[in-house]
Ligand binder design. Structure first.
Ligand code: NDP
Ligand code: PMR
Length: 400
């Protein structure tokens, strides 16, 4: 308990004081961007529906951080005469809102999964789980702050001590800081978006790989959420600033803004680009995992673009006008909009559908909500870059 309570204290160091009302969209204006007309839009999702989760505040009299000790080790044996399938344990990072929460709900309500909600805000996660109706037997909240490598290690220790076999890990959490004029940093001093979205997940996945290997669950999966905006072979991926990792010189220098740039490619800080770069890292990492470990372990490694879930908290740092216009823009103009509920079902499919068990795939969905194997951009499928990214990331997170 004490360990978890300690790690609830925010570990992110910020040198930036936000002035959200004055936030600008840099060179892009509002949505205004120059896009080459030959690029074909990816109108691959058509789901106009109402948002399925209302964030209802519920009062929870006592909330206790669930540690290994408070968590039953494995599912209880079925009462005599009753035959029940063994539940799979799935860890979902950032399950306190948006896609992660919707996926937790979709998996939890099948009764076949126990969801470990790996979240930085324990109370928020508990409330979210309760208000979205996930039955208490189907989830556990465990503390994880991806912007602190100590917290990642602590989480892994706690999870291992719980004795739960691991069937699937979903790296879903992310931050997006499009209006920041100055960078913020993780506890270890990495630029916050890449530090959280990529490096935190990189360490987490590496440390949990053995658990996945050792689990005897029939289908073991490691899913890293990607995005269309990191793929420059799409219209969305060509909205400036575009993702570009360059030769990874900034990453190799530690992204700390002291002896290196805060951007992977060594350029000037740009929060929107840092997010898109981090998504390229996510997609490259998934493929490097696949090349290194799929054959040996049988683990399925996959990434996905779930559709544009324009209503989630991801856009919380954006200017109010953007937050107002982005959902209708995606619903009626690009038709790329998808509800949180639908996106959650898609990610749940990637976790558990036997038809989506192929490894090394970046999944997307078409207008009829059917999944298909999508093409990644040249950079997001560059094997040499993936290897370099892997090796530098290992050093940064202290694995090498
Ligand atoms: P949300 O902001 O709703 O969810 C992000 C989650 O990440 C939140 O639960 C948040 O926690 C958590 N998180 C942020 N920082 C940390 C941290 N340091 N440690 C632990 N958890 C953290 O956004 P979405 O649901 O939209 O995003 C989920 C994923 O989907 C992301 O990977 C994003 O890149 C991807 N995606 C989203 C799209 C969209 O259109 N929205 C499109 C394509 C991909 P808290 O609740 O405490 O803030
Ligand atoms: Mg985009 C088919 C077209 C399409 C799709 C599917 C998206 C998804 N976007 C598309 C087109 C456009 N967007 C066009 C034409 C513009 C210029 C008007 C545009 C603009 C835009 C902005 C300013 N779009 C954005 C932003 C953001 O700040 C979001 C972002 O880039 O976050 C990193 C975003 C997004 N558009 C998407 C998706 C899925 C996003 C959220 C990105 C993500 O989660 O990766």
């Amino acid at each position: 308990m004490s360990l978890q309570t300690a790690s609830i204290i925010p570990s992110t160091i910020s040198i930036y004081k936000e002035e959200k009302s004055n936030a600008s969209l840099k060179e892009t204006g509002f949505f205004g961007v120059a896009i080459s007309s030959h690029l074909k839009a990816e109108f691959n999702t058509l789901q106009i529906g109402r948002q399925s989760f209302r964030r209802k505040e519920v009062s929870i009299p006592t909330i206790k951080a669930q540690t290994a000790a408070a968590t039953p080790a494995i599912d209880q044996p079925a009462p005599e005469g009753k035959k029940t399938e063994r539940k799979g344990n799935v860890i979902i990072t950032g399950a306190s809102s948006g896609l992660g929460l919707a996926t937790a709900k979709a998996l939890g309500e099948t009764g076949k999964w126990h969801v470990v909600m790996a979240c930085r805000n324990f109370l928020k996660a508990e409330r979210a789980a309760k208000s979205s109706g996930i039955h208490k037997e189907n989830y556990t909240v465990m503390h994880l702050d991806l912007s602190s490598l100590d917290s990642v290690r602590q989480f892994v220790d706690n999870f291992k001590r719980s004795g739960r076999p691991l069937a699937a890990l979903v790296c879903n959490a992310a931050v997006y800081l499009p209006t920041a004029k100055e960078p913020s940093f993780t506890a270890e001093g990495f630029e916050l978006s890449v530090g959280t979205n990529h490096l935190g997940h990189f360490l987490l996945s590496r440390l949990l790989l053995d658990d996945l290997k050792q689990s005897d669950y029939p289908s073991k999966r490691l899913i890293i959420v990607g995005s269309i905006t990191g793929n420059t072979n799409t219209l969305a991926g060509n909205v400036p600033p575009k993702a570009n990792l360059g030769d990874l010189r900034g990453l190799a220098g530690g992204l700390n803004g002291l002896n290196s740039s805060t951007m992977i490619d060594g350029g000037e800080f740009d929060g929107a680009k840092a997010y898109k770069d981090s998504k390229v890292c996510n997609m490259l990492t998934m493929q490097e995992f696949h090349r290194r470990y799929h054959e040996e372990t049988g683990i399925t490694f996959a990434s996905l673009y779930p559709g544009c879930i324009a209503t989630t908290g991801l856009f919380r740092e954006h200017i109010p006008l953007f937050r107002l216009l982005f959902p209708p823009f995606q619903k009626y103009v690009t038709k790329g909009y998808v509800s949180e509920e639908e996106a959650g079902k898609r990610l749940a499919q990637v976790v558990s559908d036997p038809n989506l068990s192929k490894s090394g795939v970046y999944w997307s969905w078409n207008k009829n909500s059917s999944s298909f194997e999508n093409q990644l951009s040249k950079e997001a499928s560059d094997a040499e870059k993936a290897l370099k990214l892997w090796e530098i990331s290992e050093k940064l997170v202290g694995l090498n």
